[in-house]
Design a protein around this ligand. Sequence first.
Ligand SMILES: Nc1ncnc2c1ncn2[C@@H]1O[C@H](COP(=O)(O)OP(=O)(O)O)[C@@H](O)[C@H]1O
Ligand SMILES: O=C(O)[C@@H](O)C(=O)COP(=O)(O)O
Length: 434
Amino acid sequence: MLLGCIADDFTGASDLANTLAKGGMRTTQFIGVPAEPAAGDCEAGVVALKSRSIPAAAAVAQSLAALKWLRQQGCRQFLFKYCSTFDSTPQGNIGPVGEALAEALGTRGAVACPAFPTTGRTIYQGHLFVKDRLLSESGMEKHPLTPMTDPDLRRFLALQTKTPVGHVPWATVDAGPDAVKTALKEAAGRGETLVIIDAISDADLFTIGAALAEAPLVTGGSGIALGLPENFRKAGLLSGKGSAFTPVDGPTVVLAGSCSGATREQVRRHAAQHPGLALEIDKIMSGTLTPDQAAFFLMERIRLTPICYSTATPEEVKAVQDRYGREAVAEAIEGFFGELAVTLNNRGVNRIIVAGGETSGAVVSALEIDRLDIGPEIDPGVPALSGSRNGPLALALKSGNFGAPDFFDKAAAVLAGKGVGGMGTEDKSAGGAA
Ligand SMILES: Nc1ncnc2c1ncn2[C@@H]1O[C@H](COP(=O)(O)OP(=O)(O)O)[C@@H](O)[C@H]1O
Ligand SMILES: O=C(O)[C@@H](O)C(=O)COP(=O)(O)O
């Protein structure tokens, strides 16, 4: 393994794995820190943690355990992946985890770059934008778990770190890889462990990637990985093998626990054309709606690609959080989706599309899948994934704000090996109608 990645949530992990696979690295997503060594032909390993919204000390401990395993696999570079909207709180976890990894690797001057221009996330003058809005006016200020109210990444990250936060402005990035390298070296000399770096286009990210060929630690969104495969290719280290993704045909369900803007529209659209079960949170909290009852509803309609969703407006989310507490609601809903996914898979559902990072974490953890192969991209940042539980299983783990309005139908097709094509996967599909 060449590149060892630690992702703070499961959709983020597949977003990053997607970038690396598209860049030509044979990539595997691991669910949690594996107990076994990776396959010998794995070139990039992405360890998916569910550490974005847990206490900082726990996030640090899990990330260091992942680092230890990745080092044992022989990795020569490490990447800490967090959200392109920098999802975190003043207490962490991006700063504490970034600093702990840097300390373990004995390095400073590591880039901190959540930019993902394809999905509208750009950084300029240290400020994060989502399309034409500052982060704090993008809707992310109303996120159920990590409301983002400060778009100045330098200021916000500094709340989370022990050491000073650096900044490399866009003019330096525009001057090329050597200028970036020098700026990062100077930042390290000033004792800055993490350095926000401006990036407004993929070209900027390729420039930064080229500057990072020798960097022990890279931190950021999936965009920061754009230029990394090329460094390994230039060094003659890539095998050129495609992904080991296996398409799966069969019953399909959509589980949506994200309340983000893009998901709300995707849910509205899918539920208008397919059977839908809208979860009443009060009933989940009181135990009067069980995953088994939901599974019964969905199995009755399974040929029609039904959707089960807790997706709600910010006002509805706030009302239930005020009634029961933010953590209690999140835990109950995530637990519900996890149990539901297990029940459905036990009854033969082998294509599961999940919306929401925390929700995906809950579902994949409950399914107890240990690794996933990376397939074709469904929409930017979301690949098809294949693994195994009760036989072959295909998954799509969609970040709340990613994907076109028809994402769920598109995902069902790609998981079956239809529709979007083309990144040299080993196609072992048995075929057949959905
Ligand atoms: N109706 C709801 N009310 C309150 N919280 C909710 C509701 N639906 C989902 N949630 C919780 O909100 C969080 C959404 O986070 P996540 O799944 O990561 O989505 P996203 O990818 O949009 O951030 C989860 O913890 C989920 O359980
Ligand atoms: O970087 C991103 O935007 C995604 O990869 C990601 O991490 C999304 O997180 P969720 O919105 O919580 O799914």
